[in-house]
Ligand binder design. Sequence first.
Ligand code: PRP
Ligand code: MN
Ligand code: MG
Length: 185
Amino acid sequence: IADISEEIDHELISKDQIEHKIAEVARQVSDDYRGGDLLLVGVLKGAVNTMVNVAMNLSIPADMDFMSLSSYGSGTVSTGTVSIRQDLTTDVKGRRVLIVEDIVDSGHTLDWLVKELEGRGAASVDVFVLLEKPARREVAVDVRYKGFEIPDEFVVGFGLDYDERFRNLDSIAVLRPEVYQGEEA
Ligand code: PRP
Ligand code: MN
Ligand code: MG
């Protein structure tokens, strides 16, 4: 991983650990939704890797759609305002939706999206997140399926970016604070 960038401090969760955890949680999802409807809603861009891994590890059929949301802009701190960069093409009315996200940090993105999809008439809305950073929570989010709890460090990789960079790392890594220092008050 040091080969990829000297801006990376260390690896936090390996590719193997991530894949094992997602496979384990996906088994639970398969059990819970067996015999019923399931629409996976991946939140672009960060959730792209998690979405693919969850979907491939399910043993039941699932539809897949994507919504592109942004709350961070180019910084490391949530703006608290969520904007739709690109909407779903699926009507969620009456559907059983499982939102797939890379991380819940302040909680604003998921809080907004759960309410939005409920407002569109989904029959149920549940949440799968790969990473949870409890220290930063500003709004409560009911997360049914969770991968890892992580400390309050800025992480990148496996879909997560800093200013659009590092999304293609195959593991989760901690960014050197010098990279973004001075930005946070
Ligand atoms: C990041 C991340 C989550 C959200 C979590 O997305 O992928 O979607 O922030 O933060 P929150 O709990 O504080 O809302 P971002 O807005 O950076 O867009 P991206 O997925 O395209 O990187
Ligand atoms: Mn995101
Ligand atoms: Mg981002």
